[in-house]
Design a binder for this molecule. Structure first.
Ligand code: SAM
Length: 215
C-alpha cells in the first residue's frame, strides 16, 4: 500500500484545517517533529464531534498540534497533555498561547508520563489519546484504564510501526526488537483485556481504538 500517497489523498479530500492549525502543522513538518498524519487528524476530528468528550488526556504533546486539533473540534473540552522534552514544551506553550489563548482550556503537564500518570485522579478522562514513546504503551496501559471514565475511549497511534509489528521479530532490525516485542504485548493486551472493547485499525501507522467497560 502506498501510505504516503494514501495520506496525501486523504489530506486533499479533507476539509482544510483552520489557519492557525495549518501553521502549526507546517512548522512541525518543516522541523521534523513527528505529528499525527492526515487520516488520524480526520479520525480525531470525527471522534471529537461524535464522542463530545468533556475531559481529554493526551500523552505526547510534541509542539501541540494534536491537542490544538482536539481543541478546535471539542471547544468545550478541558484538555490535559503531557510532554517531557523541553524544547517541544516551550514551543507547545507558545502555540497554545497563540492559537488557543488563555481561555483555551489546555493544560500542559511537563515531565515524564510514567511519573505524572499515577498522580492523576482515577476515572477522570472520557477520551485519552496516547501518542508518546511506543515502547512505553504497555507500561502506561493499566494507568490509562484507571484514568478512563466508564465508557471512556482510548485511542493510540503508531501501533503497527510501519508494518514491523506483523513481521517475525527476527525479520526486524535487532535494535527494533524490544519495541517490536513491547508493541505486540500492547496490542495483545488491548485486544484481550476484559475492561476494554477494542479494534486495531490498519490506517496511518496503525491506530487502536478502545472503549472501557461501562458501570
Ligand atoms: N501528539 C503529537 C501531535 O500529533 O501533535 C505528537 C507526539 S510525538 C509523536 C511524541 C511525543 O511524546 C514526543 O514529543 C516525545 O518527546 C513525547 N514523549 C515520549 N515519551 C514520553 C514520556 N514518557 N512522557 C512524556 N512525553 C513523552
Amino acid at each position: 500500500m502506498h501510505i504516503d500517497r494514501t495520506e496525501k489523498y486523504i489530506e486533499l479530500t479533507s476539509l482544510p484545517l483552520a489557519d492557525g492549525l495549518e501553521k502549526v502543522r507546517a512548522e512541525a513538518l518543516e522541523n521534523g517533529i513527528p505529528i499525527i498524519r492526515p487520516s488520524v487528524c480526520g479520525l480525531l476530528r470525527f471522534l471529537m464531534g461524535y464522542v463530545k468528550p468533556a475531559n481529554i488526556l493526551e500523552v505526547g504533546t510534541a509542539v501541540g498540534f494534536s491537542a490544538l486539533l482536539m481543541h478546535e473540534y471539542a471547544r468545550e473540552a478541558s484538555i490535559t497533555t503531557i510532554e517531557n522534552y523541553e524544547p517541544r514544551i516551550d514551543k507547545a506553550k507558545e502555540n497554545f498561547e497563540k492559537y488557543a489563548g488563555p481561555a483555551g482550556n489546555i493544560t500542559l503537564l511537563e515531565g515524564d508520563a510514567e511519573k505524572i500518570l499515577p498522580t492523576l485522579e482515577s476515572g477522570t478522562y472520557d477520551f485519552i489519546f496516547l501518542d508518546s514513546a511506543k515502547g512505553q504503551y504497555i507500561t502506561f496501559l493499566p494507568e490509562l484504564i484507571r484514568l478512563l471514565t466508564p465508557g471512556g475511549m482510548l485511542v493510540s497511534d503508531n501501533c503497527l510501526q510501519d508494518g514491523d509489528v506483523i513481521e517475525s521479530r527476527y525479520a526486524v532490525r535487532r535494535r527494533d526488537r524490544t519495541i517490536h516485542d513491547r508493541m505486540r504485548m500492547y496490542l495483545s493486551e488491548v485486544a484481550s483485556n476484559p475492561m476494554l472493547s477494542s479494534a486495531i485499525l490498519p490506517m496511518a501507522d496503525g491506530v487502536t481504538i478502545s472503549c472501557k467497560a461501562g458501570e
